[in-house]
Design a protein around this ligand. Sequence first.
Ligand code: E4P
Length: 225
Amino acid sequence: MRIYIDSANIEDITRIIAKFPVDGVTTNPSLLAREKNNPLEQLKKIKGVLEEQMELHAQVLSQNAEDMISEAEYMHAQLGKETFIKIPVTHEGIKAMKYLNKSGVNITATAIYTPMQAVMAAKAGAKWTAPYVNRLDMIGANGVQVAIDIHNILTKMNVKTELLAASFKNVEQILKLAEVGVGSVTVAPELLEQLLYHPLTDKAVADFTNDFESITAKGTTMRHL
Ligand code: E4P
């Protein structure tokens, strides 16, 4: 499973990259707004802390296809390769995807709430499709099931398009997708850090340390012996 950091905060991104095996960063205009910096400059800063091969996903703000295309081309030129341009699955967005796919711009179809929207994005050439799992749960739908349905449909369509599930609020939502072999998720830093949490793991480490130190001294490791 590919895991992305859903954040535009440099400190969070740097901390997570240093310790976890992640594949890139996804942003959206709301996340960028929280950083109170010029959004394009912030994206360049993020790009600067990514390791080689890590992807950066950034969204266009234009509403009509022609403007989306020129904005996407501008962002691609400014941010370089390994950048994926996020485009919402509106009529104008699908129209822009069709064109951008032919001109070699990497596309992430975003703001997806139904499998049919993902099918259309796949047909238009998007590499990633991003359904919003928790936002679906919040309106009484089943976000995990929608993501699984999209994953299954894309697999059957035999296209290059894959699922990049987004908008998570708990570990269970992510685990359910891992169980069915979903390819990618993007997760906020605070939830990413919860993925490893179990109190008995911390207790096990503490117990092992205490036992070891009972025959050595506090702070002793194998390197001290
Ligand atoms: C990613 O593409 C989305 O913008 C993001 O995951 C939405 O997450 P939220 O529902 O927590 O805002």
